[in-house]
Design a protein around this ligand. Structure first.
Ligand code: ATP
Ligand code: MG
Length: 567
């Protein structure tokens, strides 16, 4: 697992050097090129931050381009969600929104050009035969019997392919490169296939569609991209990227590969995420447990935290798994500065303050955010019957438990010292139903005039004022650090965490939260950071998602590393 501090960004260094030497005439043009076949995930955020970030830093531009060359997997829903996600992250492509499908005409022309130059041919082998002829990593491939068709025959057949005269899969257009190449990608790769399917933008205008490897480099070239940044799995495709541009003698961007982001205890592959959605392991692409930007946003993460995270993980050449604890550290750091503190009781236990007058209500001052004095204070109601957290009481406490217990005195945050005098149980179930306590009126505000100390400060809400609320506690989606590492006869879904969601239906939160806007974020004191759910929360029944607990696992990991380094 990679828990390193930020690594230097080698791509930044390349760009800085190219700007200095004027390699592209002092121009910088990057692009973010998603395929609209799913929602964006946190891995894409790394690519977005890198591409838009480079442009911002060096005074260049970043294009937004949909690589929409495969009509069977693409949908308008994805086109829209992807744009919303990039905008949410805080990046602006102005009027530079492009689609590879806008270039279908040009791509066809370039393909015809390659045929004329004797560099491409129509092949009648079936998909299976093509695979067979391709050879293996250790054995060279064999040439297709159709490889030496005349230019004229190829041009005619390619035109007929375009005109819809052949069945799906009956013919393809292939680049004529080298069937004995050590790089399998260079063994006469397919450039076009027949697919009689409607495209979300071009409708039925085309029945042949270009392959990704062919379309991508030419699209980059058409847009004048300088640095075509992509993930490591394309390293072996770079010779092909270069080949098409060199053979066509058109403007040639530079492809640079970096290691994709992997995150512990989750998956970042659209194919796998789609399976989780389709097979209903989650409630949708925006399920707050999903590593999609839509899910992360609904969970309550801020774009600032995500951008910070992407900066911290750095950009390198080596695949690794980044610990989820770092992402959590980033959101905590952000929300610690900005989130209002409130009190909420997740698992309520009724507490009666016997010596507090039944009709009295006091409004006590509570600090909104100790990290931000300008956020001021608010009034919270205190009365005779309160709710405390069930976990904050133990009838027979072990040594290390300093919270409430029979005969023990503790502080109620912003209120009084109370002492537990009696425990009431249900005669049938033996469950504790309520506690009786007394309070010391002299301790108002939280300090005793005689300076006596208590060992715990507990959060609470006034029972008659509390707002009933649903709270959803989220945990890691997978129990396995790397769910892609699948054992024999298993599926990655076998490693889903059965406890990734716990729904608490009768939580009690302070009354001011009735005004919580969907998507607004709070720190529930002593518990964690929470966000009013953007879909299900309403003033009558607020619903909160736990974004993250207060416990800082990242600091622990760093500390253990430091100790490990010293040993
Ligand atoms: P997936 O494997 O999830 O299907 P993809 O690479 O097929 O992802 P694209 O829509 O093609 O998805 O990705 C758009 C851009 O985002 C590409 O440049 C791709 O390299 C980059 N990208 C995708 N996944 C990651 C990741 N995990 N880390 C960094 N960049 C990524
Ligand atoms: Mg891709």
């Amino acid at each position: 697992m990679d828990t390193q501090s930020p690594v230097s960004n080698f791509i930044r260094a390349i760009v800085a050097e190219d700007m200095k030497t004027g390699k592209f005439g002092g121009r910088l043009m990057t692009r973010f090129p998603p395929e609209p076949n799913g929602y964006l995930h946190i891995g894409h955020a790394k690519s977005i931050c890198l591409n838009f970030g480079l442009a911002e830093e060096f005074g260049g531009l970043c294009n937004f381009r949909f690589d929409d060359t495969n009509p069977s997997k693409e949908e308008v829903e994805y086109v829209e969600s992807i744009q919303a996600d990039v905008r949410w992250l805080g990046f602006d492509w102005e009027n530079r929104l492009y689609y590879a499908s806008d270039y279908f005409g040009k791509l066809y022309g370039f393909a015809a050009q390659l045929i004329k130059d004797g560099k491409a041919y129509v092949c009648d082998l079936s998909a299976e035969q093509i695979r067979e002829y391709r050879g293996t990593l250790t054995a060279p491939g064999r040439e297709s019997p159709y490889r030496n068709r005349s230019v004229e025959e190829n041009l005619n057949l390619f035109e007929q392919m375009k005109a819809g005269e052949f069945e799906d899969g009956s013919r393809v257009l292939r680049a004529k490169i080298d069937m004995a190449s050590g790089n399998i990608n260079m063994r006469d790769p397919v450039m076009y296939r027949i697919k009689k399917e409607s495209h979300h933008r071009t409708g039925d205008a085309w029945c042949i569609y270009p392959m990704y490897d062919y379309a991508h480099g030419i699209s980059d070239s058409i847009e004048g991209i300088t640095h075509s940044v992509c993930t490591l799995e394309y390293e072996d495709h770079r010779p092909l990227y270069d080949w098409f541009l060199d053979e066509l003698k058109i403007y040639h961007p530079q492809q640079i590969e970096f290691a994709r982001l992997n995150l512990s205890n989750t998956v970042v592959s659209k194919r796998k995420l789609l399976k989780l959605v389709n097979e209903k392991y989650v409630s949708g692409w925006d399920d707050p447990r999903m590593p999609t930007l839509a899910g992360i946003r609904r969970r309550g993460y801020t774009p600032e935290a995500i951008r910070n995270f992407c900066e911290r993980i750095g950009v390198g050449k080596k695949e690794s798994i980044v610990d989820m604890a770092l992402l959590e550290y980033c959101i905590r750091e952000d929300l610690n500065k900005t989130a209002r503190r409130v009190m909420a009781v997740l698992r309520p236990l009724r507490v009666i303050i016997d010596n507090y007058p039944a009709e009295r209500v006091e409004y006590l001052d509570a600090v909104n955010n100790p990290e931000d004095p300008s956020s001021g204070t608010r009034k919270i109601p205190f009365s005779r019957v309160l709710y405390l957290e069930r976990d904050d009481f133990m009838e027979n406490p072990p040594k290390q438990f300093f919270r409430l217990a029979p005969g023990r005195e503790v502080r109620l945050r912003y209120a009084y010292f109370i002492t537990c005098t009696n425990v009431v149980r249900d005669a049938r179930t033996d469950e504790i139903t309520e506690l009786h306590c007394t309070y010391d009126p002299a301790t108002k505000g939280g300090d005793a005039p005689d300076k006596r100390k208590v060992k715990a400060t507990l959060h609470w809400v006034s029972a008659s004022h509390a707002l009933e609320s649903e709270i959803r506690l989220y945990d890691a989606l997978f129990i396995k650090e790397n769910p892609n590492d699948v054992e024999e006869d298993r599926d990655f879904t076998d490693y889903l965490n059965p406890e990734s969601l716990e729904v608490l239906k009768s939580c009690k939160v302070e009354p001011g939260l009735k005004d919580a806007l969907p998507g607004s974020r709070y720190q529930f004191e002593r518990i964690g950071y929470f966000c009013a759910d953007a879909v299900d929360s309403s003033p009558e029944r607020p619903v909160f998602n736990r974004i993250v607990t207060l416990k800082d696992e990242w600091a622990k990991i760093q500390k253990n590393r430091a100790i490990g380094d010293r040993l």
